[in-house]
Ligand binder design. Structure first.
Ligand code: SF4
Length: 367
């Protein structure tokens, strides 16, 4: 018998890496460690005793600034105490590619657009994306807007329905799954909700600051580079998975396009040099998708979206670009000159360091 010690890191890694591994390894009778509130994602209900130490260590949810070593020891001790003869196993990258976890899906809750206004309690350039502006514009178009995620880790923005109001008691994921399954399009950052959307094949738009960021590493957390995982979402999603770059205006245009796009079967090479008008019943936009790339066909021409990760060393900004970024920040209403800080994401050393970074990004997509 195995005991799967709980994964307590980021939700995106849980969905993308840990759950497929657990589903591939699990045998009836094994014990699962994990957040009981995420029970529907696992092959068996997670054991609450194994989650109690995680809850005590990270009372406000996972925070990368709190060291986990003591917790890891504690979890092993709890597991050995309860199941002394069990084989304790912990997820670690092993280079394998496991299939999508076959989770049981709940009833869809129909909405037009699902937004994932993620907000963490620590400095993070994913914080501060202007979700409220986007939600307002969506509702002005008459679209029904749902919010995915949890109340604790979401920004408060206007919407018609929130996932946490659809969750049954003791469950923090079913409401999100229902919205993702009922959505005409899901909009997220490169985050756990984005991975969950790709897991359930919800048509999705994933937002990045600049074109190319979806294939690179970007500084998001307190100076740490984080590899973006658009390629993984694109590979999983069998329907529509497109990147969008910039702020609410650009994302709104991407949503409008996704809502009417016709997804075509076939090989991209067969369509690359053809025009949208060659299609029967010409749609406003068509998308031909393969596992690692999508071709968007528009009246204005075709756009090939590659997903293969790029070499980050090619990104060093020129002195002129550094100065342009600094000038943008100085003129920005969010810039806090007294502390050299961005008021949106909370990141410090903005003009002193971040504008010269090859991988840092403005949370509003201004640079
Ligand atoms: S321009 Fe600078 S201060 Fe304004 S939101 Fe972007 S990073 Fe923050």
């Amino acid at each position: 018998m195995k005991v799967f010690l709980p994964w307590f890191g980021h939700f995106g890694d849980l969905v993308r890496d840990v759950l497929p591994w657990i589903w591939a390894q699990y045998q009836p009778g094994d014990i699962i460690g994990g957040n009981p509130l995420h029970g529907p994602l696992y092959p068996a209900p997670p054991e609450p005793h194994l989650w109690a130490p995680v809850q005590a260590h990270y009372p406000a949810g996972y925070d990368y600034r709190i060291r986990p070593e003591a917790l890891e020891e504690q979890l092993r001790a709890v597991a050995l105490d309860l199941w002394p003869r069990a084989d304790l196993v912990t997820w670690a990258p092993d280079g394998e590619s496991y299939p999508k976890p076959p989770i049981t899906l709940p009833e869809p809750h129909p909405v037009d657009v699902v937004l994932a206004p993620r907000s963490k309690p620590y400095e993070d350039a994913k914080n501060g994306w202007p979700w409220a502006d986007l939600a307002r514009s969506c509702r002005e178009r008459g679209w029904i807007v749902g919010l995915a995620g949890s109340r604790a880790e979401s920004a408060e923005i206007p919407a018609d329905v929130a996932a946490w109001d659809l969750d049954p008691a003791g469950d923090a994921v079913t409401g999100t799954l229902r919205l993702l399954l009922g959505a005409r399009v899901v909009v997220s950052l490169d985050s756990g909700i984005g991975h969950l959307a790709s897991l359930v094949d919800a048509p999705q738009v994933v937002v990045y600051p600049q074109r190319g960021d979806e294939r690179r590493s970007v500084v998001l957390r307190d100076g740490h580079m984080v590899a973006m995982r658009f390629a993984d979402m694109h590979r999983w999603n069998q329907r529509l998975c497109l990147p969008a770059w910039g702020g609410p205006e650009q994302v709104l245009a991407a949503i409008e396009e996704a809502l009417v796009a016709r997804v075509l079967p076939g090989l991209i090479d067969a369509w690359k040099s053809r025009h949208l008008s060659d299609l029967p019943d010409v749609p406003p936009t068509a998308v031909v998708r393969e596992a690692d790339r999508s071709l968007i066909m528009r009246r204005s021409g075709n756009d090939l979206i590659e997903t293969t990760p790029l070499d980050d060393r090619l990104l060093t900004p020129s002195p002129a670009e550094v100065e342009r970024r600094a000038a943008t920040c100085r003129a920005c209403p969010h810039y806090r000159a007294d502390s050299d800080r961005c008021g949106l994401c909370g990141c410090a050393f903005l003009i002193a360091e971040r504008v010269a970074s090859p991988v840092a990004r403005c949370p509003e997509g201004r640079w």
